[in-house]
Design a protein around this ligand. Sequence first.
Ligand code: 3BY
Ligand code: FES
Length: 434
Amino acid sequence: MSLLEPALDPVPAAAPARPLTPQREALLRALDARTPGHSLPAPLYTDPDLHQAELELLWQRQWVFVGTSAEVPEPGDYVTLDIGRASVMVLRDDDEQVRAFHNVCRHRGARLVTEDKGSVGNIVCGYHRWTYSTDGRLVHAPQLGPDIDPACLSLLSVHVREIEGLLFVCLAADPPDDVEDVARVIAPYFAPHHLGSAKVAAQIDLVEDGNWKLTMENNRECYHCDGHPDLLCTFFQTWGLAEHQVPDRMRASHERFLLADAELAQRCAAQGLPYPTISDLVDRPLGFRVERSPMDAAGESFSRDGTRLVQRTLGDVDGFRMGRLGLHAQPNLWLHVCADHAVTFAVFPVGVDKTLVRTTWLVDADAVEGVDYDVDALTEVWRHTNEEDAAFVALAQRGVSDPAYVPGPYTETEAQVDAFVSWYAARIREEIVR
Ligand code: 3BY
Ligand code: FES
């Protein structure tokens, strides 16, 4: 079955149950073998057929984070993303709207743009020069016969939703509509930070040697954070722990957290910034968690001493000691916004055991490199953290590929890993019977 079929041929909600493909049946069996509260059965991390079924049932049907509008600042600017075998082109059209299209020519199907990012006046196919405007209309096709209506040959569009500068796409014909609920909840947290008018200071792609779920699971806990010495200069290691779960060795840091948390809550209240953590990670298609949290040391940014890395604030915040605004969204996003910069992480499966992590640093559009910030310094902590995480993910992939692997229990510090795999299992089950 073509990977694009679900997008082009939606299944009506009341469709009679159809026999499952062998891959989907195998996926269901693997999920049935899962013990709740434990890591997933090995085939879900290692089996190429199950991976293929997952691409169709999850990645082609859910909202997926693809980047920020800062990555396409001007009309004609585009980025391309591979979601399974589908290439999606996200671009800003001549009316400054962000659009997304399948990166496939309507003539004989050639790949349209072949770069990861760039800028176009029109989108011109490299094969026979069919030419599309930035809103997807076919505007030029040499020797097109008089019986063929170019209006029927626009690029196939992909649903795209911008939430305060964060871009999500959905390949399904009929995307889950909870994106609107999520937007309503998170927009007030993000609006003051003006991500939509920020500029990209740096972007780094890292390919990890592991299944994409291992990358996400690793992000959803700080149980392994002793492996992140740079990050721990400012990231409170007790993140995600209930009071009674804080180990003795983290007590001093946790006391600092409690003080800083109360102080930041007040500062946010004074500025009219929403503060409470809102977490709805499992039950909705676009599971999410939004939180504000103080940072340790100077409390401003992801530097070793916690002081700012950019000399201009990003957005409308009063002062630099604003900790971080964090967002997790299923299946593939985490991000942090400090007063001086934002850093976003987008995860894409490349193969069953290869995963792309794209990290993007955003700063105020008027911040000047070399004057207001230094790219090496700005990116250092998360470059190191990502490399450390990539090593953990590779270790995990090797282990779960070993015949001796038996899924093990999550500790009480891994509630959000559990939330992630529970979300995953619920979505696959829902979609498999649709
Ligand atoms: O959300 C994050 O980026 C952090 C970093 C360490 C663990 N994880 C929860
Ligand atoms: Fe694109 Fe022919 S395949 S113009």
